[in-house]
Unconditional design. Structure first.
Length: 112
């Protein structure tokens, strides 16, 4: 999967938009909600590996790290609430599920 395909995977809901807020890192993509501007994913490359940071329940975050070798503590974010997923090593269904969880955790309470 390439970065554009990953961005499209994150846009499964009309509330999800992609932004490039970092002038010094134009290749980093922040996926956020249109409705509340909260991040639900950070897409980036590190050491030639496509990665995505996703929000997660702290207990589930730890379980996912133990269960899947492609899930790591979040790069450059809160490691209790966020995981980094090595995209091209991940099972697609697991990745999609993690994206949806992150999206729901950051969604506006009014939008529920």
């Amino acid at each position: 999967m390439d970065k554009n395909q990953l961005i499209e995977l994150c846009r499964y809901d009309k509330d999800g938009i992609s932004t490039n807020p970092f002038k010094d890192y134009p290749d980093m993509v922040v996926m956020r909600h249109k409705s509340n501007n909260k991040w639900f994913a950070l897409i980036f490359e590190l050491e030639n590996e496509l990665m995505i940071n996703l929000k997660c329940n702290p207990v589930e975050a730890s379980i996912l790290r133990d269960e899947y070798p492609y899930v790591k503590p979040a790069w450059h974010m809160n490691k209790v609430h966020w995981n980094t997923v090595l995209v091209n090593k991940a099972d697609r269904e697991v990745l999609q599920g993690m994206i949806k969880v992150s999206f729901k955790l950051t969604k506006s309470r009014k939008a529920n």
